[in-house]
Design a protein around this ligand. Sequence first.
Ligand code: SF4
Ligand code: SF4
Length: 356
Amino acid sequence: MKSKVYFISLSPVDNLQTINQKLEKLLAQSALFSYVKKDDALVVKVHFGEEGNTGFVLPEHLRVICADIIKQGATACLSDANTLYRGRRLNSQDHWKLAQEHGFTKETTGVEVVIPDDTQDKEVIDVQINQKFIQHAKLARLFVDAKSLAVVSHFKGHILTGFGGALKNVGMGCASRAGKLAQHCDVAPVVHVDRCIGCGECEKICPVKAIHLENKKSVVDVKKCIGCASCLGVCPTMAMFIDFAAGDKVQNKMAEYSLAVLKNKKGKVGFINFANKINKECDCWGMENPRIAPDVGIFASPDPVSIDKACFDLVNHACGKDIFKATHPEQDGLKQLKYSQEIGLGNLDYELIEVR
Ligand code: SF4
Ligand code: SF4
């Protein structure tokens, strides 16, 4: 049976207030949070954005979403797990402070921000899933212990996974730093020395100092590399390569991590995707990235595969081509969705219901 995906379109002239009115309409007509019961304690999985990036879903929209949860007698908090690379979200204190700076305060959203501290054993957990690539997923315990979740994602391009939406937010986003490393560990770039002009851009952006220049050529220390792929994005001569089968592996592992997070939560998770401000790269980049598509709309569904597929289809329709393939020709982002369907996370087939 097809999963239902509710959708409301956005127009370039919509201001914050108009978008929030549309979001309220979407939530009302989709009844997305009908699974929420009185006294439930929901964790709302978000992405607070890296410093210098504004692609993230705005706190004012989270206020509308949290109000919809709270009016059913439940409580909510906003959360994200720490990152692998050295930005402002590497540890819980800095991550929390950046979230406040980006406007995710109790005054703005109506709820608290909680960042799990994965240096504390009690805040991480191994979840046994025995899948093809991952046997035990290493996750922030908060997301596993929560009986129900809301997952609010920004849909955009991604250098390793073609695009990122709900599945990326769950699979990669709820993993502890060790879990994120387990998903990225196959991705270490190689340098084509003939193409390298020794500009040093890769050395500057590498978050773990895994790159240095020798005789004006870039050298990667694969033992230090965490596979973030940032160096690929900045190289002006495309001298950095990864084995693109590694990108496929990241997508498969990410799907299996999503399975670990969503295990035992059937019917207890609602997904909301914002397909606006659609950038070439994810919101983890500490800089603005070029827009690759017009604003399309907001989506709501209980199915993470359907909602990402609907976003993918409608964004591409608005662009008149597969914009994610055009932007990241070496990646096929649909692989994450196909594999997710294969392991039982949801349906590629969906029924789109437009809210007006
Ligand atoms: S992928 Fe590149 S930027 Fe990222 S850690 Fe490895 S060498 Fe550094
Ligand atoms: S960014 Fe590219 S061209 Fe510049 S030093 Fe690194 S590999 Fe060489």
